[in-house]
Design a protein around this ligand. Sequence first.
Ligand SMILES: Cc1cc2nc3c(=O)[nH]c(=O)nc-3n(C[C@H](O)[C@H](O)[C@H](O)COP(=O)(O)O)c2cc1C
Ligand code: SF4
Length: 424
Amino acid sequence: MPEQRIIRNYVDRPNSYTIGSYLSSGGYSALRKALGMAPEEITDAVKKSGLRGRGGAGFPAGIKWSFIPPDSRKPVYLCCNADESEPGSFKDREILEKDPHQMIEGIIIACYAIRSHKAYIYIRGEMPYGARRIQQAIEEAYEHGYLGENILLSGFDLDMKLYIGAGAYICGEETGLLESIEGKKGEPRPKPPFPAQVGLFGCPTIVNNVETLACVPHIINNGADWFASIGTPRNTGTKIFGLSGHVNKPGLYELPLGINLLELIEEYGGGIPQGRKVKAVSPGGSSSAVFSADELDIAMDFDTVAAAGSMLGTAGVTVMDETVSMIKVAQNLAHFYRDESCGQCVQCREGTWWLEKILREIDEGKGSIEYIDIILDACSQMRGTTICALADGCAMPIESIVRKFRDEFEEHIRKGESEIFASR
Ligand SMILES: Cc1cc2nc3c(=O)[nH]c(=O)nc-3n(C[C@H](O)[C@H](O)[C@H](O)COP(=O)(O)O)c2cc1C
Ligand code: SF4
Protein backbone atom coordinates (compact mmCIF):
# COMPACT_ATOMS: atom_id res chain seq x y z
CA MET A 1 0.00 0.00 0.00
CA PRO A 2 1.44 3.44 -0.91
CA GLU A 3 1.83 5.99 1.86
CA GLN A 4 -1.41 7.97 2.35
CA ARG A 5 -0.62 11.65 2.10
CA ILE A 6 -3.52 13.54 3.60
CA ILE A 7 -1.74 15.69 6.15
CA ARG A 8 1.64 15.20 4.48
CA ASN A 9 0.31 16.39 1.10
CA TYR A 10 2.83 19.25 1.46
CA VAL A 11 5.63 16.84 0.60
CA ASP A 12 4.71 17.18 -3.08
CA ARG A 13 4.22 20.98 -3.08
CA PRO A 14 7.04 23.45 -3.80
CA ASN A 15 7.45 26.20 -1.15
CA SER A 16 4.78 24.39 0.83
CA TYR A 17 5.25 26.62 3.87
CA THR A 18 4.02 29.78 2.10
CA ILE A 19 0.39 30.88 2.04
CA GLY A 20 0.46 30.98 -1.77
CA SER A 21 1.35 27.31 -1.95
CA TYR A 22 -1.21 26.41 0.71
CA LEU A 23 -3.99 28.33 -1.08
CA SER A 24 -3.10 26.65 -4.38
CA SER A 25 -3.89 23.27 -2.79
CA GLY A 26 -7.30 24.38 -1.52
CA GLY A 27 -6.00 25.79 1.77
CA TYR A 28 -8.38 27.79 3.99
CA SER A 29 -11.45 26.43 2.14
CA ALA A 30 -12.30 24.43 5.28
CA LEU A 31 -12.25 27.65 7.29
CA ARG A 32 -14.72 29.29 4.88
CA LYS A 33 -16.97 26.26 5.22
CA ALA A 34 -16.62 26.14 9.01
CA LEU A 35 -17.53 29.80 9.44
CA GLY A 36 -20.85 29.04 7.74
CA MET A 37 -21.59 26.34 10.32
CA ALA A 38 -22.67 26.71 13.94
CA PRO A 39 -19.81 26.16 16.44
CA GLU A 40 -21.60 23.09 17.90
CA GLU A 41 -21.87 21.55 14.44
CA ILE A 42 -18.08 21.64 14.14
CA THR A 43 -17.55 20.04 17.54
CA ASP A 44 -20.13 17.39 16.60
CA ALA A 45 -18.35 16.69 13.30
CA VAL A 46 -15.02 16.27 15.09
CA LYS A 47 -16.69 13.97 17.64
CA LYS A 48 -18.30 11.93 14.87
CA SER A 49 -15.01 11.65 12.98
CA GLY A 50 -13.54 9.83 15.99
CA LEU A 51 -10.39 11.99 15.90
CA ARG A 52 -8.23 11.11 18.91
CA GLY A 53 -5.46 13.38 20.16
CA ARG A 54 -2.11 12.81 18.47
CA GLY A 55 -0.05 14.24 21.37
CA GLY A 56 0.24 10.95 23.24
CA ALA A 57 -2.86 10.08 25.24
CA GLY A 58 -5.28 9.55 22.34
CA PHE A 59 -8.14 11.42 24.02
CA PRO A 60 -11.05 12.18 21.63
CA ALA A 61 -10.65 15.79 20.45
CA GLY A 62 -14.35 16.61 19.97
CA ILE A 63 -15.21 15.35 23.46
CA LYS A 64 -12.42 17.48 24.92
CA TRP A 65 -13.78 20.56 23.11
CA SER A 66 -17.27 19.90 24.46
CA PHE A 67 -15.94 20.24 28.04
CA ILE A 68 -15.59 24.01 27.46
CA PRO A 69 -18.55 25.70 29.16
CA PRO A 70 -20.61 27.18 26.25
CA ASP A 71 -21.61 30.22 28.33
CA SER A 72 -18.22 30.97 29.90
CA ARG A 73 -17.99 34.53 31.22
CA LYS A 74 -14.22 34.22 31.24
CA PRO A 75 -12.16 34.27 28.04
CA VAL A 76 -11.58 30.86 26.45
CA TYR A 77 -8.10 29.97 25.20
CA LEU A 78 -6.66 27.41 22.82
CA CYS A 79 -3.02 26.35 23.08
CA CYS A 80 -1.44 24.40 20.28
CA ASN A 81 1.19 22.11 21.78
CA ALA A 82 4.22 22.30 19.46
CA ASP A 83 6.75 21.39 22.14
CA GLU A 84 7.56 17.95 20.67
CA SER A 85 10.39 16.87 22.95
CA GLU A 86 9.66 13.15 23.29
CA PRO A 87 12.78 11.22 22.22
CA GLY A 88 11.89 9.25 19.09
CA SER A 89 9.16 11.69 18.03
CA PHE A 90 9.71 14.06 15.09
CA LYS A 91 6.37 14.28 13.29
CA ASP A 92 5.12 17.72 14.45
CA ARG A 93 8.37 19.35 13.53
CA GLU A 94 7.87 18.62 9.84
CA ILE A 95 4.34 20.09 9.86
CA LEU A 96 5.64 23.20 11.64
CA GLU A 97 8.46 23.71 9.17
CA LYS A 98 6.81 22.61 5.94
CA ASP A 99 3.09 23.35 6.31
CA PRO A 100 2.36 25.72 9.19
CA HIS A 101 -0.84 26.98 7.51
CA GLN A 102 -2.50 23.58 7.73
CA MET A 103 -2.09 23.67 11.52
CA ILE A 104 -3.08 27.36 11.71
CA GLU A 105 -6.27 26.69 9.75
CA GLY A 106 -7.05 23.84 12.16
CA ILE A 107 -6.47 26.15 15.14
CA ILE A 108 -8.78 28.85 13.75
CA ILE A 109 -11.57 26.32 13.15
CA ALA A 110 -11.09 24.83 16.63
CA CYS A 111 -11.21 28.31 18.20
CA TYR A 112 -14.43 29.10 16.35
CA ALA A 113 -15.90 25.80 17.64
CA ILE A 114 -15.04 26.52 21.28
CA ARG A 115 -15.69 30.30 21.03
CA SER A 116 -12.12 31.29 21.75
CA HIS A 117 -10.70 34.60 20.59
CA LYS A 118 -7.09 34.03 21.59
CA ALA A 119 -4.83 31.17 20.51
CA TYR A 120 -1.25 30.42 21.47
CA ILE A 121 1.20 28.21 19.65
CA TYR A 122 3.80 26.94 22.13
CA ILE A 123 6.98 25.80 20.39
CA ARG A 124 10.15 24.59 22.06
CA GLY A 125 13.20 26.79 21.89
CA GLU A 126 15.33 24.24 20.02
CA MET A 127 13.19 24.61 16.89
CA PRO A 128 14.08 28.14 15.74
CA TYR A 129 13.57 27.23 12.10
CA GLY A 130 10.01 26.05 12.77
CA ALA A 131 9.38 29.13 14.93
CA ARG A 132 10.39 31.46 12.08
CA ARG A 133 8.13 29.59 9.68
CA ILE A 134 5.17 29.80 12.09
CA GLN A 135 5.73 33.50 12.73
CA GLN A 136 5.81 34.15 8.99
CA ALA A 137 2.66 32.06 8.49
CA ILE A 138 0.80 33.91 11.28
CA GLU A 139 1.67 37.23 9.65
CA GLU A 140 0.52 35.97 6.24
CA ALA A 141 -2.76 34.74 7.75
CA TYR A 142 -3.38 38.20 9.27
CA GLU A 143 -2.60 39.88 5.91
CA HIS A 144 -5.10 37.62 4.11
CA GLY A 145 -7.88 38.20 6.65
CA TYR A 146 -7.80 34.69 8.18
CA LEU A 147 -6.79 36.13 11.56
CA GLY A 148 -7.70 39.34 13.35
CA GLU A 149 -11.09 41.03 13.45
CA ASN A 150 -14.18 39.92 11.53
CA ILE A 151 -12.46 36.96 9.83
CA LEU A 152 -13.78 36.59 6.26
CA LEU A 153 -16.63 38.97 7.22
CA SER A 154 -18.05 36.34 9.57
CA GLY A 155 -18.08 38.52 12.68
CA PHE A 156 -15.60 36.10 14.33
CA ASP A 157 -12.41 37.60 15.81
CA LEU A 158 -9.25 35.68 16.66
CA ASP A 159 -5.74 36.69 17.67
CA MET A 160 -2.86 34.23 17.51
CA LYS A 161 0.48 34.46 19.26
CA LEU A 162 3.61 32.36 18.99
CA TYR A 163 5.25 31.54 22.32
CA ILE A 164 8.80 30.19 22.23
CA GLY A 165 9.71 28.02 25.24
CA ALA A 166 13.17 27.56 26.66
CA GLY A 167 13.43 23.89 25.71
CA ALA A 168 12.25 21.80 28.65
CA TYR A 169 10.55 18.46 28.03
CA ILE A 170 8.14 19.09 30.90
CA CYS A 171 6.71 22.16 29.14
CA GLY A 172 5.11 19.73 26.67
CA GLU A 173 2.93 18.40 29.49
CA GLU A 174 -0.21 20.47 29.07
CA THR A 175 -0.30 22.14 32.49
CA GLY A 176 3.48 22.71 32.51
CA LEU A 177 2.92 24.42 29.15
CA LEU A 178 0.22 26.67 30.65
CA GLU A 179 2.49 27.64 33.55
CA SER A 180 5.25 28.45 31.08
CA ILE A 181 2.99 30.72 28.98
CA GLU A 182 1.99 32.46 32.21
CA GLY A 183 5.68 33.25 32.71
CA LYS A 184 6.28 30.76 35.54
CA LYS A 185 8.48 27.68 35.90
CA GLY A 186 7.11 24.81 33.83
CA GLU A 187 5.84 22.79 36.78
CA PRO A 188 2.75 20.69 36.04
CA ARG A 189 -0.42 21.35 38.04
CA PRO A 190 -2.40 18.66 39.85
CA LYS A 191 -5.50 17.57 37.89
CA PRO A 192 -8.43 18.02 38.41
CA PRO A 193 -9.26 20.73 37.66
CA PHE A 194 -8.53 20.01 34.01
CA PRO A 195 -7.51 22.87 31.68
CA ALA A 196 -10.96 22.88 30.01
CA GLN A 197 -12.32 24.14 33.36
CA VAL A 198 -9.35 26.01 34.85
CA GLY A 199 -6.57 26.51 32.34
CA LEU A 200 -4.53 29.45 31.11
CA PHE A 201 -4.78 32.42 33.53
CA GLY A 202 -7.53 30.47 35.34
CA CYS A 203 -9.75 30.41 32.24
CA PRO A 204 -11.22 27.50 30.23
CA THR A 205 -8.51 26.25 27.87
CA ILE A 206 -8.06 23.55 25.27
CA VAL A 207 -4.60 22.13 24.68
CA ASN A 208 -4.22 20.15 21.48
CA ASN A 209 -1.27 18.71 19.62
CA VAL A 210 -0.06 20.03 16.24
CA GLU A 211 -1.03 16.88 14.31
CA THR A 212 -4.47 16.74 15.99
CA LEU A 213 -5.22 20.28 14.85
CA ALA A 214 -3.81 19.61 11.36
CA CYS A 215 -6.47 16.88 10.93
CA VAL A 216 -9.34 19.34 11.51
CA PRO A 217 -9.45 21.11 8.08
CA HIS A 218 -9.57 17.69 6.37
CA ILE A 219 -12.49 16.59 8.55
CA ILE A 220 -14.42 19.77 7.75
CA ASN A 221 -13.66 19.58 4.02
CA ASN A 222 -14.24 15.86 3.49
CA GLY A 223 -16.72 15.09 6.26
CA ALA A 224 -16.66 13.16 9.51
CA ASP A 225 -17.72 9.90 7.81
CA TRP A 226 -14.81 10.07 5.38
CA PHE A 227 -12.33 10.45 8.25
CA ALA A 228 -14.04 7.71 10.26
CA SER A 229 -13.81 5.35 7.28
CA ILE A 230 -9.99 5.40 7.50
CA GLY A 231 -8.27 3.20 10.07
CA THR A 232 -10.31 1.05 12.45
CA PRO A 233 -13.68 1.85 14.09
CA ARG A 234 -12.30 3.26 17.38
CA ASN A 235 -9.01 4.44 15.91
CA THR A 236 -9.87 6.56 12.93
CA GLY A 237 -7.87 8.52 10.41
CA THR A 238 -4.29 8.42 9.32
CA LYS A 239 -1.38 8.76 11.71
CA ILE A 240 2.10 10.03 11.02
CA PHE A 241 4.52 7.33 12.16
CA GLY A 242 8.07 8.45 12.82
CA LEU A 243 10.33 5.50 12.14
CA SER A 244 13.90 5.68 13.44
CA GLY A 245 16.76 3.55 14.71
CA HIS A 246 17.97 0.41 12.97
CA VAL A 247 15.93 0.48 9.76
CA ASN A 248 17.14 0.96 6.21
CA LYS A 249 14.66 3.74 5.44
CA PRO A 250 13.97 5.82 8.54
CA GLY A 251 11.53 8.68 8.16
CA LEU A 252 7.93 9.78 8.47
CA TYR A 253 5.15 7.61 7.04
CA GLU A 254 1.49 8.63 7.09
CA LEU A 255 -0.61 5.48 7.25
CA PRO A 256 -4.03 4.45 8.51
CA LEU A 257 -4.18 3.73 12.23
CA GLY A 258 -4.03 -0.01 12.69
CA ILE A 259 -1.13 -0.64 10.30
CA ASN A 260 0.80 -3.74 11.30
CA LEU A 261 4.08 -2.94 13.08
CA LEU A 262 6.03 -5.63 11.20
CA GLU A 263 4.74 -4.23 7.90
CA LEU A 264 5.80 -0.74 8.96
CA ILE A 265 9.32 -1.92 9.76
CA GLU A 266 9.78 -4.32 6.85
CA GLU A 267 7.92 -2.69 3.98
CA TYR A 268 8.08 1.02 4.71
CA GLY A 269 11.30 0.99 6.74
CA GLY A 270 12.99 -1.48 4.37
CA GLY A 271 13.95 -3.90 7.17
CA ILE A 272 17.02 -3.97 9.37
CA PRO A 273 20.43 -2.98 7.96
CA GLN A 274 23.13 -5.59 7.32
CA GLY A 275 20.68 -8.47 7.66
CA ARG A 276 20.64 -8.18 11.45
CA LYS A 277 17.68 -9.17 13.59
CA VAL A 278 15.34 -6.91 15.55
CA LYS A 279 15.87 -7.07 19.29
CA ALA A 280 13.34 -4.56 20.63
CA VAL A 281 11.01 -1.82 19.42
CA SER A 282 9.78 1.23 21.25
CA PRO A 283 6.37 1.74 19.59
CA GLY A 284 5.27 5.18 20.77
CA GLY A 285 8.15 7.40 21.84
CA SER A 286 10.62 6.92 24.67
CA SER A 287 7.85 6.78 27.32
CA SER A 288 6.28 3.61 25.89
CA ALA A 289 7.02 0.09 27.11
CA VAL A 290 9.20 -1.75 24.59
CA PHE A 291 8.15 -4.76 22.56
CA SER A 292 10.49 -7.70 22.15
CA ALA A 293 11.06 -9.30 18.73
CA ASP A 294 8.23 -11.82 19.16
CA GLU A 295 5.62 -9.12 19.89
CA LEU A 296 5.80 -7.16 16.65
CA ASP A 297 2.89 -8.71 14.78
CA ILE A 298 0.50 -6.11 16.13
CA ALA A 299 -1.89 -3.44 14.85
CA MET A 300 -0.56 0.04 15.56
CA ASP A 301 -3.58 1.74 17.05
CA PHE A 302 -4.23 3.24 20.48
CA ASP A 303 -6.33 0.36 21.84
CA THR A 304 -4.37 -2.62 20.52
CA VAL A 305 -1.02 -1.27 21.64
CA ALA A 306 -2.46 -0.43 25.08
CA ALA A 307 -3.96 -3.93 25.37
CA ALA A 308 -0.50 -5.33 24.66
CA GLY A 309 0.89 -3.44 27.66
CA SER A 310 2.43 -0.44 25.93
CA MET A 311 1.07 2.73 24.30
CA LEU A 312 0.87 4.21 20.83
CA GLY A 313 1.85 7.58 22.32
CA THR A 314 3.27 9.81 19.60
CA ALA A 315 3.81 6.84 17.24
CA GLY A 316 7.52 7.54 17.23
CA VAL A 317 8.75 4.00 16.51
CA THR A 318 12.37 3.30 17.43
CA VAL A 319 13.83 0.01 16.21
CA MET A 320 16.77 -1.59 18.04
CA ASP A 321 18.75 -4.43 16.49
CA GLU A 322 20.60 -7.32 18.15
CA THR A 323 23.77 -5.26 18.68
CA VAL A 324 22.02 -2.96 21.18
CA SER A 325 22.69 -3.28 24.91
CA MET A 326 19.30 -3.03 26.66
CA ILE A 327 21.16 -2.05 29.83
CA LYS A 328 22.51 1.02 28.07
CA VAL A 329 19.07 1.78 26.63
CA ALA A 330 17.54 1.70 30.13
CA GLN A 331 20.38 3.78 31.52
CA ASN A 332 20.02 6.34 28.75
CA LEU A 333 16.28 6.62 29.41
CA ALA A 334 16.81 7.09 33.15
CA HIS A 335 19.39 9.78 32.43
CA PHE A 336 16.94 11.69 30.19
CA TYR A 337 14.01 11.55 32.63
CA ARG A 338 16.20 12.39 35.63
CA ASP A 339 17.43 15.44 33.75
CA GLU A 340 13.92 16.52 32.71
CA SER A 341 12.05 15.85 35.99
CA CYS A 342 10.73 19.13 37.38
CA GLY A 343 11.38 17.81 40.90
CA GLN A 344 7.97 18.47 42.49
CA CYS A 345 7.17 14.79 43.28
CA VAL A 346 9.46 12.68 45.47
CA GLN A 347 8.77 9.49 43.49
CA CYS A 348 9.88 11.16 40.28
CA ARG A 349 12.73 13.30 41.60
CA GLU A 350 14.28 10.48 43.66
CA GLY A 351 13.11 7.57 41.50
CA THR A 352 14.67 8.81 38.27
CA TRP A 353 17.90 9.65 40.13
CA TRP A 354 18.16 6.22 41.75
CA LEU A 355 17.26 4.39 38.55
CA GLU A 356 20.02 6.17 36.67
CA LYS A 357 22.56 5.45 39.43
CA ILE A 358 21.67 1.73 39.74
CA LEU A 359 21.59 1.22 35.98
CA ARG A 360 24.96 2.96 35.58
CA GLU A 361 26.46 0.69 38.22
CA ILE A 362 25.09 -2.38 36.47
CA ASP A 363 26.41 -1.16 33.13
CA GLU A 364 29.86 -0.53 34.62
CA GLY A 365 29.96 -4.07 36.03
CA LYS A 366 29.51 -2.91 39.63
CA GLY A 367 25.93 -4.15 40.11
CA SER A 368 24.63 -7.05 42.15
CA ILE A 369 21.75 -9.37 41.34
CA GLU A 370 19.40 -7.75 43.91
CA TYR A 371 19.55 -4.54 41.86
CA ILE A 372 17.14 -6.05 39.33
CA ASP A 373 14.28 -6.31 41.80
CA ILE A 374 15.15 -2.93 43.29
CA ILE A 375 14.66 -1.42 39.81
CA LEU A 376 11.31 -3.15 39.40
CA ASP A 377 10.23 -2.04 42.88
CA ALA A 378 11.23 1.58 42.18
CA CYS A 379 9.36 1.54 38.87
CA SER A 380 6.18 0.22 40.47
CA GLN A 381 6.32 2.98 43.09
CA MET A 382 6.74 5.66 40.41
CA ARG A 383 3.75 4.59 38.34
CA GLY A 384 0.44 6.39 38.76
CA THR A 385 1.53 8.19 41.91
CA THR A 386 2.72 11.58 40.69
CA ILE A 387 1.35 14.94 39.54
CA CYS A 388 2.06 14.27 35.88
CA ALA A 389 2.92 11.28 33.71
CA LEU A 390 6.66 11.98 33.35
CA ALA A 391 7.43 9.51 36.13
CA ASP A 392 5.31 6.86 34.37
CA GLY A 393 7.12 7.69 31.14
CA CYS A 394 10.39 6.77 32.83
CA ALA A 395 9.12 3.74 34.74
CA MET A 396 7.16 2.03 31.95
CA PRO A 397 9.94 1.51 29.40
CA ILE A 398 12.56 0.65 32.03
CA GLU A 399 10.29 -1.88 33.74
CA SER A 400 9.48 -3.48 30.38
CA ILE A 401 13.17 -3.66 29.46
CA VAL A 402 14.13 -5.30 32.75
CA ARG A 403 11.25 -7.79 32.60
CA LYS A 404 11.75 -8.72 28.95
CA PHE A 405 15.55 -8.75 28.96
CA ARG A 406 16.17 -9.95 32.52
CA ASP A 407 18.61 -12.62 31.29
CA GLU A 408 20.79 -9.95 29.72
CA PHE A 409 20.86 -8.02 33.01
CA GLU A 410 21.65 -11.16 35.04
CA GLU A 411 24.40 -12.23 32.68
CA HIS A 412 25.99 -8.78 32.67
CA ILE A 413 25.83 -8.53 36.48
CA ARG A 414 27.32 -12.02 36.94
CA LYS A 415 30.12 -11.21 34.53
CA GLY A 416 30.81 -8.00 36.44
CA GLU A 417 30.77 -9.81 39.78
CA SER A 418 33.21 -12.45 38.54
CA GLU A 419 35.53 -9.76 37.19
CA ILE A 420 35.46 -7.93 40.52
CA PHE A 421 36.14 -11.26 42.31
CA ALA A 422 39.02 -12.10 39.93
CA SER A 423 40.65 -8.70 40.50
CA ARG A 424 40.74 -9.18 44.30
C1 LIG B 1 6.06 14.73 30.24
C2 LIG B 1 5.07 14.98 29.15
C3 LIG B 1 5.47 15.60 27.97
C4 LIG B 1 4.55 15.85 26.96
N1 LIG B 1 4.99 16.44 25.81
C5 LIG B 1 4.10 16.69 24.81
C6 LIG B 1 4.51 17.35 23.61
O1 LIG B 1 5.69 17.70 23.45
N2 LIG B 1 3.58 17.58 22.66
C7 LIG B 1 2.25 17.23 22.83
O2 LIG B 1 1.43 17.49 21.96
N3 LIG B 1 1.85 16.59 23.94
C8 LIG B 1 2.72 16.35 24.94
N4 LIG B 1 2.28 15.74 26.09
C9 LIG B 1 0.83 15.46 26.21
C10 LIG B 1 0.08 16.73 26.67
O3 LIG B 1 0.09 16.77 28.09
C11 LIG B 1 -1.36 16.75 26.19
O4 LIG B 1 -1.98 15.56 26.56
C12 LIG B 1 -1.51 16.94 24.68
O5 LIG B 1 -0.84 18.10 24.24
C13 LIG B 1 -2.97 17.03 24.33
O6 LIG B 1 -3.12 17.13 22.94
P1 LIG B 1 -4.01 16.07 22.12
O7 LIG B 1 -5.27 15.84 22.91
O8 LIG B 1 -4.27 16.75 20.83
O9 LIG B 1 -3.19 14.84 22.00
C14 LIG B 1 3.19 15.47 27.12
C15 LIG B 1 2.79 14.83 28.29
C16 LIG B 1 3.72 14.57 29.29
C17 LIG B 1 3.26 13.87 30.53
S1 SF4 C 1 6.02 13.52 37.86
FE1 SF4 C 1 8.06 14.45 37.75
S2 SF4 C 1 7.94 15.95 36.11
FE2 SF4 C 1 5.79 15.44 36.69
S3 SF4 C 1 5.25 16.95 38.22
FE3 SF4 C 1 6.08 15.23 39.35
S4 SF4 C 1 8.28 15.70 39.58
FE4 SF4 C 1 7.48 17.06 38.00
